[in-house]
Design a protein around this ligand. Structure first.
Ligand code: G3P
Length: 224
């Protein structure tokens, strides 16, 4: 499973990149706003900076909700860097835009996926990725992980090449479950990636290994 980081924070992107497990980045207008990136040129420059840090795909979302506007924005976004993936919302004009952009060889990530039917439509239109929002489904007492299983089954039935990019991940258990259910990508906050590292028995075990090592070194010194 690929690991993407779901943030526009450059320091966090660098930290995940340095860990050596990062395959890409996803952003959205809320995440850009959270970093205080305002104004079209600043947003474009910020995407460029992200692309310079990572070696994988970087999703950049359109703001327009009509076909012509989405295509115009997509044309501007893809000029920023060859690894920009255009993020398009799951709406009627979005599906048409995906179809057109796919024909032009542009990679699209179809976002705001909450049902298997939406994922199927996006895949048929030619999306490179679909982004089911796991956490937001969990928030309304619906099992987000079930959606991953459903989409996996459908895509495998028809051999769709579209990748399942599990989004709205909130904690490390979500990441592990995504891997179990066969998501192609999990896009996660840095905190969830780092939480995968942690187990108290690892810390206790390491402390004991080091204590035994130092005690034996000390004993050897006393002997000699
Ligand atoms: O990738 C989508 C993600 O940014 C949404 O996450 O936590 O706002 O549901 P959240």
């Amino acid at each position: 499973m690929k690991f993407f980081i779901d943030t526009a924070n450059l320091a966090q992107i660098k930290e995940a990149q340095e860990l050596g497990v990062l395959d890409g980045v996803t952003t959205n207008p809320s995440l850009m706003a959270k970093e205080g990136i305002v104004g079209k040129q600043n947003i474009m420059d910020h995407y460029r900076k992200i692309c310079e840090i990572v070696t994988g795909d970087v999703s950049a979302e359109v703001i327009s909700t009509n076909y012509d506007g989405m295509l115009k924005e997509a044309a501007e976004l893809v000029k920023i860097h060859p690894r920009i993936v255009v993020k398009i919302p799951m709406i009627k004009d979005g599906v048409k835009a995906i179809k057109y952009l796919h024909g032009e060889g542009v990679k699209v990530n179809c976002t705001l996926i909450f049902t298997a039917g939406q994922a199927l439509l996006a895949a048929k239109a030619g999306a490179a990725y679909v982004s089911p929002f796991i956490g937001r489904l969990d928030d309304i007492a619906t099992d987000g992980m079930e959606l991953i299983a459903q989409i996996r089954l459908i895509f495998d039935n028809y051999n769709y090449k579209c990748e399942i990019l599990a989004a709205s991940i909130r904690h490390p258990v979500h990441i592990v479950k995504c891997a179990e259910y066969g998501a192609d990508v999990a896009t996660c906050p840095l905190s969830s990636i780092m939480a995968l590292l942690k187990h108290p028995l690892t810390d206790i075990g390491l402390e004991k290994f080091l204590a035994d090592y130092h005690a034996s070194q000390k004993a050897e010194k006393v002997k000699s």
